[in-house]
Design a protein around this ligand. Structure first.
Ligand SMILES: Nc1ncnc2c1ncn2[C@@H]1O[C@H](COP(=O)(O)OP(=O)(O)OP(=O)(O)O)[C@@H](O)[C@H]1O
Ligand SMILES: [Mg+2]
Length: 231
């Protein structure tokens, strides 16, 4: 289990995360919901060790080191981490090398999953926004991560690609890959996850299980809490 204990994060003197406590069990899928500026991306960056919190503790699963934790992680962030002057294939080969051995079959497999196999020798700079996003997803999945951080992964995707990604996530969930999903389509995120965590102004303000009938009451309650806190 990955655990955040009492995490505080300041950015340019602004308290962006306040005393965050979160437990993320292996294989668990969590929907992270909240308005713009709530701190969702900041929280994912802490989990992805891209930013260091000012206080609090990250407890990695089975006492792994940071380096080992990073190897288990796949990250899909709005910054795609792609090299635009390289081809899709070269990008994936580069990332695979960072994680270990080159496996051309695995590269082709993920490219097929995101429907980019036919354009794998084209320079990423010539890709559309949605194609770059799909390649960013392929990059994140290449090393079969156990934990995935997904910051608005559906952003920029057309309806067919959204459906493909949705099915990929459902498959991963069945296989036991855990993910934290940030999405402004909270109803879809609810469908794709075991648990929802709601953030408001840098705090976790509510949590709940993503049951079939639970979505509308949960969102209603969330809106009430936000109203109470803002008034
Ligand atoms: N580099 C930074 N410097 C200063 N403040 C920052 C920085 N990055 C984020 N913030 C602030 O932290 C708060 C949380 O930002 P964050 O990007 O985590 O929100 P979010 O929930 O992901 O929002 P969105 O839905 O718009 O992506 C915001 O008030 C934002 O202005
Ligand atoms: Mg964000």
């Amino acid at each position: 289990m990955m655990e955040l204990q009492n995490i505080n994060l300041f950015m340019n003197d602004k308290n962006v995360l306040h005393s965050i406590n979160l437990q993320w069990r292996k294989g668990e899928s969590i929907a992270l919901i909240g308005a713009n500026g709530a701190g969702k991306s900041s929280l994912l960056k802490v989990l992805g060790t891209l930013v260091k919190p000012n206080s609090g503790k990250l407890k990695y699963p089975s006492d792994l080191s940071v380096k080992e934790w990073k190897k288990l992680l796949g990250i899909v962030f709005p910054e795609t981490f792609l090299y635009h002057s390289l081809t899709a294939y070269e990008n994936l080969r580069f990332y695979q090398k960072l994680y270990g051995k080159i496996n051309k079959d695995r590269i082709d497999e993920v490219l097929k999953q995101v429907k980019l196999f036919h354009v794998k020798q084209e320079i990423v700079d010539t890709y559309s926004k949605g194609m770059k996003q799909r390649l960013s997803i392929a990059r994140a999945l290449l090393h079969n991560p156990t934990y995935l951080l997904l910051d608005e992964p559906f952003d920029g995707l057309d309806s067919e690609s959204k459906e493909i990604l949705k099915n990929m996530l459902l498959q991963m969930r069945q296989k036991g890959t855990g993910y934290i999903l940030v999405s402004h389509d909270s109803e879809q995120a609810w469908e794709l996850c075991d648990r929802a965590v709601l953030m408001h102004e840098g705090r976790i303000i509510a949590e709940g299980k993503c049951t079939n009938q639970g979505y509308f009451p949960f969102i209603k309650r969330y809106r009430e809490i936000v109203k109470e806190k803002s008034s």
